[in-house]
Design a protein around this ligand. Structure first.
Ligand SMILES: Cc1cc2nc3c(=O)[nH]c(=O)nc-3n(C[C@H](O)[C@H](O)[C@H](O)COP(=O)(O)O)c2cc1C
Length: 256
């Protein structure tokens, strides 16, 4: 079974390719995460967990969810990460978590995809030709990962060094606290109060008040709200006004 979380479509795209290649079931984890539903997930076939990378590890809310989640059936578990360039300690963290669950971690793949982090001052959005290149290349890599999974082989991304863990593990929570406030999120006059942002927020941080979204803390900065707004009415401080709000659906018709 292929399980995934995706805010702006990259990870969903990869999960769908792998599910298609393996002729296996797909499970979008968003509703389970939102409702705290940790009922047992059963699969005869190996589990494949697909996730974006946030600040060099997998999203904290997904980590918390997976830590509580029970899996039955097949004991093999593969990990596929989508990132903008550096997946940090994601692989090591997941493999350790699932080994502690007495499952058999079968390695991880790190696929470099378009960077969706529009609310970050440190990230420049990718140009369209780079986006299309990354989408086409990662699709091929997802097929290779699926081939390995079908044959029971391990996925082999780069080794995560002890030094990376020593630096990242204490650094990430501090960086998140300082750099990811939810307060700068706001809507412009374009907002139609459709509530799509509220439905998509994986951590239930958005509430409509007088027909307009309001953001609470702590926000995961996943970009689901800002990058899926049907009228592009959501902005982040003065960081996002002139930036393309990344969403894979804008590019799907352009890739081969
Ligand atoms: C809050 C946040 C933090 C991110 N941190 C990283 C990172 O540390 N390294 C990286 O390569 N990409 C990083 N990215 C980029 C995403 O991992 C990448 O674009 C991913 O494919 C998005 O997946 P999705 O479209 O399925 O949501 C970050 C994105 C967000 C929103």
């Amino acid at each position: 079974m292929i399980l995934y979380f995706s805010a702006t479509g990259n990870t969903k795209y990869i999960a769908e390719i792998i599910a298609g290649e393996l002729d296996d079931k797909l499970l979008d984890l968003r509703e389970r995460i939102k409702s705290g539903d940790n009922s047992t997930i059963y699969s005869d076939k190996p589990f494949v967990i697909c996730s974006p990378v946030y600040v060099c590890e997998i999203p904290r809310f997904l980590m918390k969810f997976l830590a509580k989640q029970k899996f039955a059936g097949n004991r093999m578990v593969y990990f596929v990460f989508t990132c903008g360039g550096y997946a940090g300690v994601s692989g090591a963290m997941m493999e350790e978590m699932f080994a502690n669950k007495k499952m058999l971690p079968m390695g991880h793949s790190e696929l470099i995809m378009p960077n969706n982090y529009v609310a970050s001052n440190f990230n420049k959005p990718n140009e369209e030709n780079e986006i299309i290149y990354r989408l086409e290349k990662s699709a091929l890599e997802a097929r290779i990962a699926a081939l390995k999974i079908r044959h029971g082989r391990k996925l082999t991304a780069r080794h995560v060094f002890m030094l990376e863990k020593l630096v990242m593990l204490p650094f990430t929570p501090i960086w998140v606290k300082v750099n990811q406030p939810s307060k700068p999120f706001h809507t412009t006059d374009k907002c139609i109060g459709c509530g799509k942002c509220e439905k998509l927020c994986p951590v239930n941080n958005i509430r409509l008040a007088d027909g307009r979204p309001t953001w609470k803390a702590p926000c995961a900065h996943c970009m689901a709200c800002i990058c899926n707004c049907p009228v592009e009415a959501i902005e982040y401080g003065d960081v996002t006004q002139s930036k393309e709000k990344y969403n894979i659906r804008k590019y799907l018709s352009k890739i081969k």
